[in-house]
Design a protein around this ligand. Structure first.
Ligand code: SAM
Length: 247
């Protein structure tokens, strides 16, 4: 795996206005819920990317700041809003401190899984806690690992299949790692491949990480509109509340 996953080429293609993760039916409920959870305070987005969520949230009057590892992703964000509107600190969301105190920290679109070790993921919870006022909330949107679809001996799944696109995952169940392969193609022989490496996390493991950082779980839903989280849910939105300062 290359370590420049979020390079200028990927950043330039990231936004898909009106469709996919930018579709109003996806983004609208996300922004509505986060605005309500901010409760009139300041919000911090870990891994803010090109501002898919932060820009509309700021447009709703919520003061938003960000932390982001990739300069090319921030360059795309800067085509939409300036630094005074959405300030961003460049660096690792597991360690970097953004100025100020927040009522809400959020980390969406499965991005905690971009941290490839359990230690880094725990550090990310602790870093979220460092930014929050007492009683503040940390919101995570994350997929549920789909290990039930892996028969013994099989280590890859196709999770999306449509004309011109295949999405497949390869699993290393010893290391708890997944590489997602996004293959775009047309009628010719050439295809374009985007790959991203993840450490998958079980919901219960996420709760334990939260506990280590001084949080307790306030809610878990299947989506941003408050759908019930069940055994069949493939994703979840989990809200944690800071109850104490972790040691
Ligand atoms: C799937 S995108 C999500 C971007 C944005 N949050 C959104 O919802 O559209 C993942 C983002 O995480 C960033 N990222 C990955 N690892 C990171 C880390 N350790 N610290 C900060 N940002 C990171 C990438 O650069 C990329 O912008």
């Amino acid at each position: 795996m290359p370590d420049d996953t979020w390079d200028a080429e990927v950043a330039a293609r990231y936004d898909t206005p009106g469709t996919g993760m930018f579709a109003p039916e996806v983004l609208g409920p996300t922004v509505d819920r986060l605005a309500a959870l901010a409760g009139g305070g300041r919000a911090l987005e870990l891994a803010i990317g090109t501002g898919r969520v932060a820009v509309p949230l700021a447009g709703r009057g919520v003061p938003v700041a960000g932390i982001e590892l990739s300069q090319p992703m921030v360059d795309q964000l800067r085509t939409k809003v300036d630094d005074a509107t959405v300030p961003v600190v460049l660096g690792d969301m597991a360690t970097v401190r953004a100025p100020g105190v927040f009522s809400l920290v959020y980390l969406v679109f499965n991005t905690i899984s971009n941290l490839l070790t359990q230690a880094e993921q725990v550090a990310c919870f602790r870093n979220a806690a460092r930014h929050l006022e007492p009683g503040g909330r940390f919101v995570i949107e994350l997929w549920v690992p789909q290990l039930r679809v892996l028969p013994p001996g099989v280590r890859a799944t196709v999770w999306h299949d449509e004309p011109g696109y295949l999405g497949l995952d390869t699993y290393d169940v010893v290391e708890q790692h997944v590489v997602s392969h996004h293959v775009h193609f047309d009628d010719g022989r050439d295809a374009r491949l985007f790959r991203s490496a993840h450490r998958y996390v079980w919901p219960a493991e996420l709760d334990l990480m939260a506990q280590l950082a001084g949080f307790e779980r306030e809610s878990r839903h299947a989506d941003w509109t408050g759908g019930e989280f069940t055994a069949e849910s493939t994703s979840h939105v989990s809200v944690y509340r800071l109850t104490e300062r972790a040691a």
